[in-house]
Ligand binder design. Structure first.
Ligand code: SF4
Length: 358
């Protein structure tokens, strides 16, 4: 069969809503960006027919940058020597939550390095401390690698770690998936958990009735096949669990990291990945436009190619900032960006339920 009839067949398959194979998804990287974007947007309307884009007001609280993993792709950990080692006190964390509440924020993401001395009690205290003072705050916090770290440091089984944190008030856990390809993980983050251990944590969360999200960090020297391998791993887990509320692709910024020789991913790579993720991940409703690493204008274009959520108007973030990227945003800016993309903006909660429309 000729290449053009193959392409026609694939286009028909996408527009009729059928599942796309890994091999077909790799082929999509060679499509013209406009055609690919239209296909991504067509699949977006199948995932959610409404022409609306949600966002949340949240705050990342990076509680410590002391991390024994010291990944090469991370500029935030203390051993990268860009940020002095620090640990936030309970009161400093509470002040940050109070600041978020004062601007109408609803969600806190506690995220930190894998501190060699922190055990389960420290994390339970952190959650209890916030929830006893601010029960209305939704804690979408930690990550599979932090959960595994707690389990290992405390010699407590992973399931018990999750139970204890859930009982203390943890509501859901971001997937923080990086790239789920061990060949790449072993190069850029050899001391962090491997792909199967990441999956073990996700399945354990599912068994405890908790929701998560999946992300993808690309631009770390991987191939298009590696990217689709990642998406396929996510899709298979979602088929089994339905645990992921959203999928968020991020480009990796090599500046300031131990991988600065890597050619950075382009804006075109980003838009292709958004569209292909939307087409391939037929079992995830929300694909986020990752404005933090891509900038608001590229995120706006992503809203026309398959993305249907803007994520959080983050009050504070140190991990991406440490790589040299400084993007800021506010509610008014989000509303303008979304409206100018021809969509209706709405403020949502952590479960993606609408709070108000603008
Ligand atoms: S990515 Fe996470 S685990 Fe790796 S060094 Fe940075 S803070 Fe530590």
């Amino acid at each position: 069969m000729s290449q053009s009839s193959n392409k026609k067949d694939l286009k028909r398959k996408i527009l009729s809503g059928n599942r796309v194979s890994s091999e077909e998804a790799v082929n999509l990287f060679s499509w013209d960006i406009i055609e690919l974007g239209e296909a991504g947007d067509a699949r977006r309307t199948m995932a959610s027919a409404v022409n609306e884009v949600g966002f949340i007001i949240d705050r990342i609280i990076n509680y410590t940058n002391i991390c024994e993993a010291a990944c090469d792709f991370c500029a935030y950990h203390a051993r990268a020597n860009l940020i002095d080692p620090y640990e936030l006190s309970d009161n400093e964390i509470l002040e940050k939550v109070q600041e978020l509440l004062s601007i109408g924020g609803t969600q806190v993401m506690l995220q930190g390095g894998l501190h060699p001395d922190y055990t389960l009690n420290k994390y339970v205290d952190m959650v209890t401390n916030i929830k006893s003072r601010f029960p209305q705050i939704y804690l979408h916090s930690f990550s599979p690698s932090e959960l595994v770290h707690i389990s290992r440091k405390s010699s407590v089984p992973l399931g018990e770690v999750i139970s204890a944190l859930k009982d203390a008030g943890l509501d859901s856990v971001p997937g923080a998936s990086d790239l789920l390809v061990d060949e790449i993980r072993s190069k850029v983050s050899p001391r962090k958990i491997n792909r199967d251990t990441w999956a073990d944590a996700i399945f354990a969360l599912h068994r405890h009735g908790m929701k998560s999200s999946a992300t993808m960090t690309y631009g770390m020297g991987e191939t298009n096949e590696n990217r689709i391998e990642h998406l396929n791993f996510v899709r298979e887990i979602q088929d089994k669990t339905g645990i992921f509320r959203a999928f968020i692709p991020w480009s990796f910024s090599p500046t300031n990291t131990g991988l600065r020789d890597i050619e950075p991913a382009t804006g075109l790579d980003y838009l292709k990945i958004v569209a292909i993720s939307r087409i391939f991940l037929d079992n995830i409703t929300f694909i986020q436009a990752g404005w933090l690493t891509e900038g608001l204008k590229l995120a706006q274009i992503a809203l026309t190619m398959g993305a249907n959520d803007m994520g959080g108007v983050l009050m504070e973030e140190k991990v991406v900032k440490a790589t040299g990227i400084e993007t800021r945003s506010g509610v008014e800016e989000f509303i303008d960006i979304i409206k100018n993309a021809g969509k209706t903006p709405y403020l949502r909660d952590s479960e993606y339920k609408k709070i108000r429309t603008y």
